[in-house]
Ligand binder design. Structure first.
Ligand SMILES: Nc1nc2c(ncn2[C@@H]2O[C@H](COP(=O)(O)OP(=O)(O)OP(=O)(O)O)[C@@H](O)[C@H]2O)c(=O)[nH]1
Ligand SMILES: [Mg+2]
Length: 296
């Protein structure tokens, strides 16, 4: 790596749904900023996180999982967010799961801008106790595309994350820091709060419900050191509403408690969180309604 005073640039994290992109971003930043769950298509919005070190500042761009199996307006928007995220970055991290390279992964190779360095991150290597089994897979990966690097990691366990960060620095152009050292994301607290509620929908509700729901911040006020946050959970059908609320309101209470605890940790202060459920049929079906609900 050429010896320069300071580097600054951005790197997009892309991959098919559920490969561990958001877990990787959180691990690299050392803080839970982006929501994660064991279900595909958890991330719906682009999110920038900043890593500041003495010799480099890196913007990491988390993106929705790119997929072509499900249609619909929301899915179209999510895929567009992925391709737009590739516009102004210095390099791309393409995340795949260890020992698994699917046709959906292959499709991602076709949306990469020409000439951009692509670093292949082979995630979830903790699933294989004997790392030797990975060698033929890594060999195969080196043949499907001219990757700038191939880095096996475990985002969940934190294996090889500092190695990955070190490698990435070489792909950042020389330049001064663009952000304050203590800035971690470009997203405001009200966005992060809404996302944490959405995360709980993915983690606590079964079947298709999380996909039929979204959230909307109705109020976000800082009174003294207490944050008063009111968030509407928007669902598609009346029977969804009953499921989110649960028996005697138990499910909604659980969603609220878990989301509030995460918010308090992230914001470093007490939160008063009020949630309610609103039925809005067809919220995900047209661009105007999606825009109204904060989708870009
Ligand atoms: N075993 C193992 N699981 C992991 C690892 N990294 C992520 N996961 C799990 O994989 C699932 C998906 O993680 P996410 O970070 O939400 O994946 P994503 O790629 O951001 O998914 P979308 O936003 O839906 O596209 C979660 O259950 C994670 O805990 C890893 O290194 N090892
Ligand atoms: Mg994600």
């Amino acid at each position: 790596m050429k010896d320069v005073a300071h580097r600054a640039g951005s790197i997009a994290i892309i991959g098919r749904p559920n490969v561990g992109k958001s877990t990787l971003l959180n691990r690299m930043v050392g803080m839970k900023i982006s929501i994660t769950s064991n279900r595909p298509q958890t991330t719906r919005h682009r999110l920038n996180a900043f890593i500041s070190e003495s010799d480099a500042q890196m913007v990491l761009v988390d993106t929705p999982g790119f997929q072509t199996q499900h249609g619909g307006e929301l899915n179209r928007l999510m895929n567009r967010t992925v391709t737009h995220s590739l516009d102004a970055v210095d390099a791309v991290l393409l995340v795949v799961e260890a020992m698994k390279f699917t046709p959906e992964d292959r499709k991602l190779l076709t949306i990469l801008p020409r000439g951009m360095p692509v670093i292949l991150v082979v995630n979830k290597v903790d699933r294989f106790a004997d790392k030797a089994v990975l060698l033929p897979f890594l060999e195969e990966m080196s043949k499907v595309f001219t990757f700038a690097e191939i880095v096996p990691v475990s985002a969940a366990k934190g294996t090889s994350i500092s190695h990955l960060k070190k490698i990435l620095k070489a792909y950042l152009p020389e330049g001064p820091p663009q952000r304050g050292e203590d800035e971690v994301t470009d997203r405001p607290e009200r966005f992060l709060a809404a996302e944490l509620v959405r995360e709980k929908l993915f983690r606590l509700l079964g079947q298709e419900l999380p996909y039929a729901a979204t959230v909307k911040v109705e109020k976000f006020e800082l009174r003294g050191s207490l944050r008063h946050i009111h968030i509407a959970i928007v669902v598609d059908k009346p029977n969804h509403k009953a499921m989110v609320i649960g028996k005697n309101g138990a499910k909604l209470k659980q969603i609220g408690t878990q989301a509030r605890l995460d918010m308090e940790k992230l914001f470093g202060g007490k939160v008063f969180l009020e949630l309610w459920v609103q039925v809005k049929s067809g919220w995900a079906e047209n661009a105007a309604s999606l825009r109204n609900l904060g989708y870009e």
